[in-house]
Design a protein around this ligand. Structure first.
Ligand SMILES: Cc1cc2nc3c(=O)[nH]c(=O)nc-3n(C[C@H](O)[C@H](O)[C@H](O)COP(=O)(O)OP(=O)(O)OC[C@H]3O[C@@H](n4cnc5c(N)ncnc54)[C@H](O)[C@@H]3O)c2cc1C
Length: 226
């Protein structure tokens, strides 16, 4: 797939280790995408190292895009973004991915995110045509950001009293189960670490939710961190 080019226009740290980057398309001049899709960014000179980042700007914008980057200590992409300055180029492929809102689904939607998974859950919830509920887990209450963007949505913090992820996953699964009784034929969109998507998915399946038709998931990070 041919690479596209965008130029970084702004970078700001909105919370500890959370950077929001804005970029203007250069080649081609515009790019269309669906909320929830991502781009695969070249991290090294040769293009052997790539990492995926989800567009957080509205899909109505096509002259550029915004990304949210969680900085991981020692991470290849994290180091790359840490050195980046306005004016630098991003080379990437995409947009790609199938984790986007099913516009044909007639019922409600539940978006479940851990950590940086909110990068996909928030734009999707904002663009879903029907009733949306957002459940977002962080380990601690003081780790939340973007509460201003979430303000117009029906959303809940799900914070584990133990500050441990397994408890957060169990709480998210319980909240989803409880919503089955109050929402109309909900579709569940699960995004973040793989332990969470597995825990919530398995719980919903055990309760009779159709895995193929009513659960979509995107794994940002395979094991116990968001
Ligand atoms: C489809 C898709 C969309 C994604 N969208 C986003 C997005 O919008 N925003 C975003 O921040 N990330 C997103 N990710 C994750 C992103 O692609 C990187 O994997 C992540 O940012 C770490 O990259 P890195 O190169 O800095 O770390 P790596 O060099 O890959 O890893 C360095 C070390 O950090 C560990 N690590 C990796 N990720 C995490 C983590 N999240 N928490 C704790 N430890 C970690 C690794 O196990 C390794 O030990 C997405 C992933 C996928 C598959």
């Amino acid at each position: 797939m041919a690479e596209k080019i965008a130029r970084v226009t702004a970078l700001r740290e909105i919370a500890p280790s959370i950077i929001v980057l804005d970029a203007q398309m250069v080649e081609p001049a515009t790019m269309e995408f669906k909320a929830g899709q991502f781009v695969s960014i070249r991290i090294d000179e040769k293009g052997d190292v790539r990492r995926s980042y989800t567009m957080t700007s509205p899909s109505s914008r096509n002259d550029g895009f915004e990304l949210l980057v969680k900085m991981v200590p020692g991470g290849a992409a994290s180091g790359h973004f840490g050195r980046m300055r306005p004016g630098d180029e991003l080379r990437f492929t995409g947009p790609m991915g199938f984790f986007f809102v099913d516009a044909g689904h007639p019922g409600d939607s539940v978006f479940v995110a851990t950590g940086a998974g909110i990068a996909a859950a928030l734009p999707m919830a904002l663009e879903t045509p029907r009733k949306a509920k957002v459940l977002w887990s962080m380990r601690r209450d003081d780790e939340y950001y973007w509460t201003d963007r979430l303000a117009g949505l029906d959303w809940e913090k799900v914070v584990p009293p133990s500050a441990e992820w397994p408890e957060a996953h169990a709480l998210l699964a319980e909240r989803c189960a409880a919503l089955l009784g109050s929402l109309r034929d909900p579709m569940f969109y699960l995004v973040g670490n793989g332990d969470m998507t597995r825990a919530v998915r398995d719980h919903l399946i055990a309760l009779g939710v159709d895995r193929r038709k009513r659960i979509k998931n995107e794994i940002f990070y395979p094991v116990s961190e968001p």
